[in-house]
Design a protein around this ligand. Structure first.
Ligand code: SF4
Ligand code: SF4
Length: 359
């Protein structure tokens, strides 16, 4: 608690961080070893000066895509940028009531929710799962956020976290690096942002649970290890969360809530994926920019539930190509887990057979 709050990538996020900055001991701040959010560096002045010859990241993106693809890119931007930005803004403007409370009371965590009396609230958890799935095709998990996973300079209001995952469709990702895959990436960034805001509203309105939704693009926390901690998958060699249902074809976003009103879904059932990746490396071999590290760089050690965080991608190498294709996705397309649930089980059985024969 009490870490330095400083960095922001949008006006609404900046306003939020400036407000919570006054209460570093009442909110949850980043750990001293926390890393910077991945996209943020690419919007920084340092990056613009050093790598874009002073051009803005958006102008650079438009220039790098080439004349032929420009109309297509503009069309995709026009379709998804507005809901994306309004979704990002809503995540912060929805917090005004809590921030006002912080300003007047100097404290947020001072009320006992009645749902704690009926913990673990299995019925409500099922209702929430059904709501998230039926309306948004979103899968959810529930865990406690370690401060190590909050990005450097950021802060959140609550530490209990509903982790939301939404699929990117296989037929679209299979066309990567075509714009069709890039459009799918943008579609799900946009749609999951809207879904998280809606699910948070549903919890506030129906159950009086105070929540803070966050957007999958950018964001306040490192969602891959967070979702792994919640037992929803494990980090693959390509740095992405490999899930049972979709492999790496998805986006992730959190909703932070005030109390532990549900049971944690934490488990390490998918940790075997690490062993599988060791002998696969298809993503590394297929990356057009050689951005996927052969040897992962361990960034933070001893995080409860996930052991450590690892940097798997040279973001600078990935960024340019990711940016000009609107989301590349080659390392998702080639991953054998991308085929879905049946493939997950086959790959698991195959690995178990190989291991038992070698013993
Ligand atoms: S998104 Fe594309 S460029 Fe980036 S790591 Fe994956 S394959 Fe490489
Ligand atoms: S392509 Fe292979 S090595 Fe890469 S994440 Fe998927 S399973 Fe792991």
């Amino acid at each position: 608690m009490g870490g330095k709050i400083s960095v922001a990538s949008s006006k609404s996020e900046n306003d939020y961080l400036n407000r919570v900055k006054k209460y570093p001991n009442q909110v949850i701040t980043a750990h001293k070893d926390s890393i910077q959010e991945g996209f943020e560096y690419f919007e920084s002045e340092e990056f613009t000066k050093k790598h874009l010859k002073g051009r803005s990241p958006i102008r650079n993106k438009l220039l790098s895509v080439g004349i032929k693809n420009l109309p297509k890119m503009i069309k995709i931007f026009a379709k998804y940028m507005s809901p994306m930005f309004s979704g990002k803004n809503k995540c912060f403007t929805d917090l005004n009531e809590y921030l006002n409370e912080l300003d007047t009371e100097g404290n947020l965590l001072n009320r006992k929710h009645t749902l704690l009396d009926t913990y673990p609230n299995k019925k409500l958890w099922t209702e929430l799962q059904n709501y998230a799935w039926d309306k948004w095709q979103v899968n959810i998990g529930f865990t406690e956020l370690p401060s190590e996973l909050i990005f450097k300079g950021k802060a959140v209001l609550f530490k209990y976290t509903i982790v939301c995952i939404q699929e990117m469709h296989k037929d679209k990702i299979d066309l990567a690096p075509d714009f069709t895959a890039g459009e799918e990436v943008q579609r799900v960034y946009s749609s999951l942002g809207i879904a998280a805001n809606d699910i948070a509203d549903w919890l506030r309105q129906n159950f009086n649970i105070r929540c803070q939704s966050n957007h999958p693009l950018g964001g306040l926390v490192n969602t891959t290890p967070l979702a792994a901690k919640a037992g929803m998958g494990w980090q693959g060699h390509n740095g992405l969360l490999i899930t049972q249902q979709y492999g790496p074809r998805h986006r992730i976003t959190p909703i932070f809530i005030e109390d532990k009103v549900f049971e944690f879904t934490d488990n390490k059932d998918h940790i075997w994926i690490e062993d599988f990746c060791r002998n696969c490396r298809r993503c590394e071999k297929s990356c057009p920019t050689q951005a996927i590290y052969s040897e992962k760089q361990s960034t933070i050690q001893d995080i409860p539930g996930i052991n450590q965080t690892r940097t798997c991608i040279d973001r600078l190498k990935c960024y340019e190509y990711f940016s000009k294709t609107l989301g590349c996705s080659i390392c998702l397309r080639v991953c054998p887990f991308s085929k879905g649930e049946e493939a997950y089980q086959k790959l698991k059985n195959g690995l178990e057979n190989r291991l038992s024969k070698s013993m």
